[in-house]
Write a protein that binds this ligand. Sequence first.
Ligand SMILES: Cc1cc2nc3c(=O)[nH]c(=O)nc-3n(C[C@H](O)[C@H](O)[C@H](O)COP(=O)(O)O)c2cc1C
Length: 197
Amino acid sequence: MDRRIFFKYGLAGIGTIALVKKVWALEYYTMPSEQKWAVLYGTWCGSSRDAAVWISEGMGGIAQVFDVRENPDLSGFEHIIIGGSIRSAVMRQELQDYITANRESLKEKIRAFFAVCGNMGNPVGPQQTTVFIDNHLAKRCGVGNLPSRVFLGRITKSLMDPQTAEMMKDFEDYDNLKRADCLAFGEHVLKSTAPVE
Ligand SMILES: Cc1cc2nc3c(=O)[nH]c(=O)nc-3n(C[C@H](O)[C@H](O)[C@H](O)COP(=O)(O)O)c2cc1C
C-alpha cells in the first residue's frame, strides 16, 4: 500500500476508534437543577454503579454519576457523594488513588458516603459503617461525620474475571441490593444538605 494512503486510512481508523469509545460511554442524563451534584463510585461488577444511579434518582435525578475509572473532572460540581463496592474489606484501588490525588479539592464538597458489601448475606449494621466508611473511605477523604450508608450488594459471577470467578466458584450468585434503600438514602442526603431558609 502507498505510504500516504496507509497513514491517511490508519489515522482515520484511530479517529474512529476514539469516536466509538466516546459514543459508547454510559451517560447518565440528569434532571435539570440549579444544584451541581455528582455521585462518584468504584465498582467491579456494577452493584455500586446501580446504587449510585438509584441514589441520584432518590435526589430527583439531579446528580451526575461517574465511574472512577473515567478519572472524571469534578471541579464543576458543588456537592459530591462518594461510594464503592468492597472486596477484601476495601474499595477499588482506583477510587482510593483518585481520592488521594484530589483530596484537597474534594474535601469541601463531599456530602455523603456509601459502601456496597456482601457481609455474608447478613444484615448490615454500625460495624460495617465503622469498618468500610469511617475507618476506610471517610478516613481516606479526611472528612467525617457525614450521612453514610452501607448497602448489601450482589454477586454476578459471569461478570467477574476468570481468576475471581474461580475463587468464588463455591458461592451462588445473589442479589441483595435494594433500590428502595438507595432512593431513600439519596432523598435523605438531599434533605440533610438543604440550605436552612
Ligand atoms: C472477591 C470478592 C471479595 C469480597 N470481599 C468482601 C468483603 O471483604 N466484605 C464484604 O462484606 N463483602 C465482600 N464481597 C462482596 C461484595 O462486596 C459484594 O458482592 C458487592 O456487591 C460487589 O460489588 P460489585 O458489583 O461492584 O462487584 C466480596 C466479593 C468478591 C467477589
